[in-house]
Design a protein around this ligand. Structure first.
Ligand SMILES: [Zn+2]
Length: 194
């Protein structure tokens, strides 16, 4: 059954309050004197436009506000969700991205597309984030017949890297970072390794 916008937003708000402590532990940077909390996370359900994001098929995406990139936004494209299971999966998937964006800020190429960074580095970081998100979102816990969990996760990552400049080299970069990025035990998530 399709998910309504109200239902989606209610679930998203519940998800956020359930995970808020973990998020602030992971992304917060409380100063010695009780200083500022570094990152804010918001989740919004809405009907997404045709080309939003770039490849226009994703059930959700995560981005940073341009002016203040410490505000992380998860957008759930409610018009592309098949059912509530897909909503759960999408929330877990995008939530993993939002935490990795915090870990990434200082050291990843993920936030610097269009600068001098080589496409390969940028795409390896993106591949790593997708492998991590598909490892924990539950969508590959019961892979389709004839597929292993690993193949299922790699297929997902490949779909997510289906835009420039990573499209052409997706398979290669996914294989290259698989070992260091795959999360075997989602209850014990390693930090972003790159
Ligand atoms: Zn993703």
């Amino acid at each position: 059954m399709r998910v309504t916008q109200t239902e989606c937003q209610r679930k998203a708000n519940d998800f956020l309050s359930e995970n808020w402590r973990e998020f602030s532990k992971h992304c917060g940077n409380w100063g010695t004197f009780g200083g500022d909390f570094d990152y804010d996370l918001r989740i919004t359900c809405k009907a997404c436009e045709r080309n939003e994001p770039e490849n226009g098929r994703a059930s959700g995406f995560t981005s940073c506000e341009e002016k203040n990139n410490k505000n992380i936004f998860i957008i759930i494209c409610v018009n592309r969700l098949a059912d509530l299971n897909e909503l759960d999966r999408t929330l877990r998937h995008e939530y993993q991205h939002s935490k990795d964006i915090c870990s990434c800020k200082q050291k990843c190429k993920i936030t610097s597309q269009g600068s001098n960074e080589k496409d390969k580095d940028y795409c390896e970081d993106r591949a790593c984030m997708e492998i991590r998100a598909y490892s924990v979102d539950g969508g590959c816990d019961n892979p389709p017949p004839g597929k292993t969990k690993e193949q299922c996760i790699k297929d997902g990552a490949k779909r997510s890297l289906n835009t420039d400049p990573c499209k052409e080299i997706a398979e290669r970069v996914i294989d290259a970072v698989w070992e260091e990025c795959y999360i075997q035990d989602p209850t014990n998530r390693p930090p972003f390794p790159r």
